[in-house]
Design a protein around this ligand. Structure first.
Ligand code: IMP
Ligand code: MG
Length: 189
């Protein structure tokens, strides 16, 4: 029924009665992480680099990406809530957990799971700018340009996705499916 290995199928069956299709495989994700890591390594050499992971969606991406960046760096995290249980952006963004250290004078790379409307990224960029970092760049695993409301400059992009709701590799639907090691799409049964 699902074109997935048995572990994934078990995870899915317990949580979802509809169909899941693989959009980006685990192998494709890891290959792209290595490429992004190489680009960031060469661009950011000599910088005082801080990776800022946007929780919860980016937790797997930042974990894999940071191991592909061959530079001294620190990691910090921002908890952001914009969705509740819906698949559409509410446009209301809330910081649920703040950075633990100052980013003043640092070269910040914001690591995000997906840029959809762009509302979250606009809010984050405005917020982080007030903390006077030396620079801020954006690394997003996924870009869904079809739904953009705010122009967003993505410096490092994993993949562009069509206008479908995606899950897995950190991304959720109603809190679930974050633990899949691939990006999939869901469809109601
Ligand atoms: P934006 O503010 O509309 O750009 O949305 C940003 C946030 O919405 C992302 O960081 C995700 O957490 C969530 N999001 C947007 N599209 C999807 C999706 O297709 N699947 C899962 N989460 C999504
Ligand atoms: Mg997110």
């Amino acid at each position: 029924m699902y074109d997935l290995d048995s572990r994934s199928a078990r995870l899915v069956e317990s949580a979802w009665s509809g169909k899941i299709e693989v959009l980006i495989s685990a192998e494709q994700l890891q290959k792209r992480n290595a490429e992004l890591g190489r680009m960031i390594t060469s661009d950011c050499a000599g910088r005082d680099l801080v990776l800022v992971g946007v929780l919860k969606g980016s937790f797997l991406f930042i974990a894999d990406l940071c191991r592909r960046i061959e530079l001294p760096l620190t990691c910090d995290f921002l908890g952001v809530s914009s969705y509740g249980n819906e698949t559409r952006s509410s446009g209301i963004i809330r910081i649920t957990s703040d950075l633990k250290r100052s980013i003043e004078g640092k070269d910040v790379l914001v690591v995000e799971d997906i840029v959809d409307t762009g509302l979250t990224m606009r809010y984050l960029m405005e917020n982080l700018q007030t903390r006077r970092p030396a620079s801020i760049k954006i690394c997003a695993l996924l870009d869904k340009p079809a739904r953009r409301q705010v122009p967003t400059r993505i410096d490092y992009l994993g993949f562009t996705v069509p206008d479908v709701f995606v899950i897995g590799y950190g991304l959720d639907y109603k809190g679930r499916f974050r633990n899949l090691d691939y990006i999939g799409t869901i469809e109601e049964a």
